[in-house]
Write a protein that binds this ligand. Structure first.
Ligand SMILES: NC(=O)C1=CN([C@@H]2O[C@H](COP(=O)(O)OP(=O)(O)OC[C@H]3O[C@@H](n4cnc5c(N)ncnc54)[C@H](OP(=O)(O)O)[C@@H]3O)[C@@H](O)[C@H]2O)C=CC1
Ligand SMILES: O=C(O)C1=N[C@H](C(=O)O)C[C@H](O)C1
Length: 262
């Protein structure tokens, strides 16, 4: 039985993940954490009324003695401190929260390595997104002119999305940096060309009704290729989270990308 804490359990992903952990035969929801929580036990929530699961709203109060895996779906401002706390207490992190800097990830990888502790940071747990990133990397070898459009719900805090940044990073591994578009182009409205990652432009759309979607557009002489994925429901992320929770203790370093454990 894998003993799991869900950080950010009051949020959209945290709630879906808590249900997945509860329903999974091989996982136990040991406790949950969210600074927004006022209850002491999950049983105080009608949707969890038959459970006995301690609720914490302060990091330092968490009883870490019997937790194997820390699932984090919180906020860009808190994820680094949460994951550092988990690693320092020997708890394997499975992190979906986006918005960490490269330096923060490197620092967490260093601490994990010292402790020989397995962990995973996955910018996207959806298999459609993992495949999109791999297909996009493959296509970029032949189509170096590329733009990324990511579309999300309008409560998202970070832009561009973690998935879009990771897509650009994977493409950059096979594509020489290149300025795209007319060398003389001028934005008459600031931001019109989006963010710029090694010459690739990334555009972020935020609209109510959307969940999580990404298109990678490639253009070449007389032809174009568009790769698109859609998460219509947060349940799309759950099989990826479950695989990570199941397998992560078998590793001894902090990995980035779900593809490394599939
Ligand atoms: N990798 C993946 O596949 C996916 C990743 N995500 C990412 O997951 C994160 C959460 O997304 P989502 O569920 O939509 O966001 P929500 O805002 O719905 O949920 C986040 C929750 O975490 C809480 N929180 C804030 N700070 C802390 C903290 N220090 N410790 C514990 N909990 C905290 C928030 O409380 P409060 O509101 O009071 O701040 C909120 O209840 C985002 O970064 C998002 O990009 C989302 C979907 C898939
Ligand atoms: O905030 C979200 O919702 C999502 N965030 C992740 C990201 O930033 O890429 C993953 C997915 O796109 C949903």
């Amino acid at each position: 039985m894998v003993k799991v804490i869900v950080a950010g359990f009051k949020g959209r992903m945290g709630n879906t993940t808590s249900h997945m952990i509860i329903d999974h035969d091989d996982f136990e929801l040991t406790c949950v954490f969210d600074p927004r929580a006022t209850e002491k036990n999950l049983s105080e929530e009608s949707e969890f009324k038959d459970l006995n699961v301690p609720v914490y709203n302060k990091l330092e109060d968490i009883n870490t003695s019997d937790i194997d895996v820390w699932v984090d779906f919180t906020a860009p401002s808190s994820v680094y401190a949460n994951v550092k706390f988990a690693i320092e207490h020997g708890i394997s992190p499975v992190v979906g929260t986006t918005g960490m800097s490269d330096d923060q990830v490197v620092e967490l990888q260093k601490i994990s390595k010292e402790k020989k502790l397995g962990g995973l940071i996955a910018p996207n747990f959806g298999i459609s997104a993992v495949l999109l990133m791999q297909f996009a990397q493959q296509a970029a070898k032949y189509f170096p002119d590329v733009e990324i459009i990511e579309m999300h719900h309008d409560n998202k805090l970070d832009a561009p999305s973690g998935t879009a940044i990771n897509t650009a990073k994977l493409i950059a591994e096979v594509r020489a940096p290149k300025k795209q578009g007319n060398p003389e182009e001028k934005e008459t409205l600031a931001g019109a060309r989006g963010a710029n990652y090694e010459g690739m432009h990334i555009h972020s759309v935020r609209l109510p009704g959307y969940v999580a979607h990404e298109q990678v557009l490639f253009g070449s002489k007389g032809e174009a290729l568009t790769i698109r994925q859609d998460s219509f429901d947060r349940v799309s992320f759950m099989s990826g989270v479950a695989v990570a929770v199941e397998k992560i203790q078998g590793y001894d370093e902090l990995l980035v990308g779900l593809e490394h454990i599939l």
